[in-house]
Design a protein around this ligand. Structure first.
Ligand code: GCU
Length: 388
């Protein structure tokens, strides 16, 4: 019984707000040499690279940028998709390094009857191809709704890049293109690999005249949301990063003891992170970063954080507080946002450009309500940037 009590206390998740604990976040605006960061220039030149490196070494690993060649092949094209409203394309993105190739398949719907080029939602999908069918029942990837809103929608299956599996994750990009990464303590892992896939698809968008590659909105749900944030942090071609219920090691403050912890996530999903991240299990206070810094790396570009009220595992409040804590970096760029200190009521969207948030009723998932908020946010953001 003693052992049982001991293990359940050790491994139990906390869902009691009074036990979430207090914490001091690592400083966003102080460089490692003690210098205060007071300008956008110093942020970009000094602090941003420091923080990127801290995330690389301690959490997600590197994302190699070199390859020998990239090629795009349109495998299928249907101008009359969605009852004539859209053009569907399946595009193979072939990336070659040292004579080895991997292929990422992109599924893409482009609205037919509006002026091109159009902005695009690009989804990091870990739920498989079946979840990218265009059907009115498919709220997870509502192609028709998005096309009707004047956006293209694209998606890829993460397994093309790195299967979501403890050992098999190495089977695509890591074995074929970057084998040396697996040997490095801060080498590429699955979340970084998925983000690499996003960047290669943006390479494709830059060649598609119907797509406005300066308006790419990367959307990820849960583990995909973690990858979307890490990708957006690094690849400045991402205009908006949307984190849907990304939770621990995504948008949620790691130091807040509520829901999933670093201990649980590194035990269950070791392939997402560098091995050294596990050293911060039950020891989050010693992490040199916290997740507000990841959100801040998007500045001055846009970040949208979505959560669901019944998704305590992902800690809605912890995700909101990270967004609030990221604001000083946006201010450096003259973007003086003032998010309310407390999380807004359920189902109410808060927009303080370039930041946005909602916490809808319901469980862990991505649905039509969430997508409608993403569209509203993107509309406002692009309009405000005089870009749309
Ligand atoms: C698990 C995991 C989460 C993750 C989620 C998902 O619950 O613990 O960290 O976000 O799966 O991807 O749906």
């Amino acid at each position: 019984l003693l052992l049982f009590t001991l293990t359940t206390t050790l491994f139990a998740q906390n869902y009691d707000e009074t036990k979430a604990g207090s914490y001091v976040l690592p400083e966003l605006l102080k460089a490692q040499n003690g210098k205060e960061i007071v300008s956008a220039e110093d942020w970009d030149r000094i602090r941003r690279p420091e923080i990127l490196k801290l995330f690389e070494d301690n959490v997600y690993g590197q994302v190699p940028k070199d390859f020998d060649k990239i090629e795009f092949k349109v495998l299928e094209q249907n101008y009359k998709a969605l009852n004539g409203k859209a053009t569907y394309k399946q595009v193979a993105v072939d990336v070659i390094r040292n004579k080895k190739v991997i292929t990422v398949q992109v599924h893409l719907f482009i609205p037919n009857k509006i002026k091109k080029p159009v902005p695009v939602f690009l989804t990091i999908n870990h739920r498989g191809l079946d979840t990218m069918q265009a059907s009115p029942e498919n709220e997870f990837w509502p192609a028709e709704e998005i096309v009707n809103s004047g956006y293209a929608i694209a998606g890829f299956d993460v397994k093309d890049v790195a299967p979501d599996h403890k050992t098999d994750y190495v089977n695509q990009i890591l074995t074929k293109l970057y084998p040396e990464q697996t040997l490095q303590p801060n080498g590429m892992r699955a979340l970084g690999a998925w983000g690499w896939g996003v960047s290669r698809i943006i390479d494709y968008f830059e060649t598609d005249k119907d797509i406005d590659a300066s308006k790419v909105i990367v959307v990820g749900h849960s583990r995909g949301g973690k990858a979307a944030l890490w990708c957006g942090a690094q690849d400045r071609r991402v205009a908006i990063a949307v984190s849907n219920e990304s939770g621990n090691s995504g948008a949620k403050i790691s130091r807040r003891n509520f829901g999933e912890t670093v201990e649980v996530i590194t035990r269950n999903f070791p392939h997402w992170f560098v091995p050294g991240y596990a050293a911060f299990a039950n020891n989050e206070g010693n992490l040199p970063v916290d997740q507000h810094m990841l959100l801040a790396l998007m500045a001055p570009r846009a970040v949208y954080v979505a959560s669901a009220a019944d998704d305590s595992w992902a800690d809605p409040k912890g995700q909101y507080l990270a967004l609030v804590a990221a604001q000083p970096v946006f201010s450096l760029f003259g973007l003086k946002t003032s998010l309310p200190a407390n999380m807004p009521p359920n189902n109410e969207q808060v927009i303080q450009l370039p930041l946005g948030f909602h916490n809808r009723d319901g469980i862990h998932n991505m649905n039509l309500f969430d997508w409608k908020q993403f569209v509203k946010f993107a509309d406002e953001y692009f309009k405000n940037n005089n870009k749309k």
